[in-house]
Design a protein around this ligand. Sequence first.
Ligand code: ATP
Length: 309
Amino acid sequence: MSSHDEIIQVKNLVKKYGDFTAVKGIEFEVHKGEVFGLLGPNGAGKTTTLEMLVGLRKPDQGTARIGGFDIKSQLNKVKEVIGVQLQSTTLFELLTVEEILHLYASFYPKHVSIPDIIEDMLLTDKTKSRIKGLSGGQKQRLAIALALVHDPWVIFLDEPTTGLDPQARRTLWDIILLLKEKGKTIVLTTHYMDEAHVLCDRIAIMDQGQLIALDTPSQLVKTLQSNSAVEFRFENDSVDVDLTSIEGVKQIGNQNDVYVLYTDDLQITLTSLIEMASERQLKLKDLQTRTATLEDVFIHMTGRRLREG
Ligand code: ATP
């Protein structure tokens, strides 16, 4: 490893699928011991990036080092220091939790204590249960346990909480934070902004194969320069209004027929918006206000939402 605390260094990574460039020369560094999030909408290139880093896809250009080892020329070394949980992990359904962990452990020259890992993943009472009877959250925790058997330095998690119910998601958040406490470096992808905000020390926002921002969650939200968002539609079709005339507005977001005004003075902006609407005989619909979030950072940077609906 270098003398810095960078455990991952990514330089100009490019991945093409035929004529389509899914990852367009991205660069970032991950610090030892942090939870690093890749946030972005479906198709942004998050999974492709992860797959290149863990040796499942060959980059068309660029390099990356993990723990000081080059992902192209020293992949075997890289594999010793990383643990990977991908979206499509298939588990042997008929084995028990304990059996599959022993099986995986047998692939490595040394491994961590299986009972300890089962306990850390909150699976102690499932030790002798068959995998096929586990809940979605338990299976996901088992997949993480399997990624940890050889005591890796860096753990990659691809959308670890997608498809889980709210409680199972929270349990997984606790587990990710426990791993961080134990000194692991974690790289995860997600399209849930609340998750990214709670878990990640730093977040890289990815869109259409590029990194469009990289910072701590709170710094990212600060780039909005305003702390509240007012969201609404007009009931009337194809309204042509100049929203910059509304008082207190610092930035404006717009997608299809939904408008978002960013402001530091909610009262002045709301009053001014409602006055403007009634002067012009426009009806406001679905009006809501909220504290600005990472989602707003994304809307502001791209004009689009992270998740539709
Ligand atoms: P998701 O959240 O849906 O997993 P993502 O950000 O991880 O999205 P990728 O899965 O990396 O995105 O996909 C990036 C782009 O590359 C998408 O447009 C996808 O359709 C395309 N893509 C991914 N894998 C292939 C492949 N094997 N062949 C062709 N195109 C692909």
